[in-house]
Design a protein around this ligand. Sequence first.
Ligand code: ATP
Length: 357
Amino acid sequence: MTIAVKNINKRFGEFTALNNVSLDFPTGELTALLGPSGCGKTTLLRCIAGLEHPDSGQVLLDGKDASDRHVRERQVGFVFQHYALFKHMTVFENVAFGLRVKARAERPSEEQIKRKVMDLLGLVQLDWLADRYPPQLSGGQRQRIALARALAVEPRVLLLDEPFGALDAKVRKELRRWLRRLHDELHVTSIFVTHDQEEALEVADQVVLMNKGKVEQLGAPDHVYNHPASPFVYGFLGNVNMFHGRVHEGVITTGDIALDLASHGEVQDSKGIAYVRPHELDVERYTQGAEGIVVKLRRAHAIGPLAQLDLERSDNAEIIEAVIPNERYANLGLKEGETLVVRPRRLHVFVDEGTAI
Ligand code: ATP
């Protein structure tokens, strides 16, 4: 099924939750709605499901306006963060529920239900738990059962609202890989709400970044990550260093340092901010005449494969964060207080309050 929303607006009293949102959700793909708390992700999902009605604009299912279609007629499956399974029913009965409540004419036979439920439990790799009750399951297992239950009625769209939000970091990580594999098997058009950028970038085919009820950017995860359209997107997708300065003829001057820009359009003497991710900085011991930003090592934190360095600029005392391989950190044999020089491997520069150059 193709899903699109067109010029959707939704207000709650004076508050604008969705501000003229238009989007296409590619068929058979997994789209992540990503953004900070309160940006309208859940409201958009609820409008698509039919649980919320937009003040204006349309939800198009297979190209047709779905405004008059009741939730049940939209053929959507849901999984929510706290999707309570029925506690008094076994796992098997929970998954079978949607099939048993179908209208008589469409209801499968007992034999068909049994086969279908066991197939689904096999798909989420929990067939061995069929006779257990939800309180006897872990949080991760419960969410997988909730997913099997949503899939039982063969939805044409799967809507997932922070399905792993309540789980601890390790289980979350496992489940998102698992969700990706499941999606690759089933190819149900799916929309996944999260405020976790790593989760969105890892799981989705398409990422929609929302801010204050609007779409800031959409695209494939690597495109959005590597070509952020605005400072907001850049900042939201990971840690970032910002160098304030002026851009003129292909150079940004920040403090005592001039950094060459790869592309600079026609910008002449504008205020600009260069954004650099911590892992995009080369770090070396300072030697006389070395080019780059001169810094002092304030603190180093080396755990696992990476070392995080807090560096203080010698020209304006701002702190720069760099992340380098732990092996390199060990080879350099750095000590706190030492003078170093850093050079950005790449810079993203925005001028005049947010135009990318
Ligand atoms: P989160 O990540 O915190 O769940 P979200 O991006 O999903 O956030 P929404 O749940 O869509 O955000 O809410 C968007 C805004 O609309 C919020 O400021 C919220 O308080 C407001 N809002 C949502 N539902 C209602 C409602 N029924 N009545 C009043 N305000 C609401």
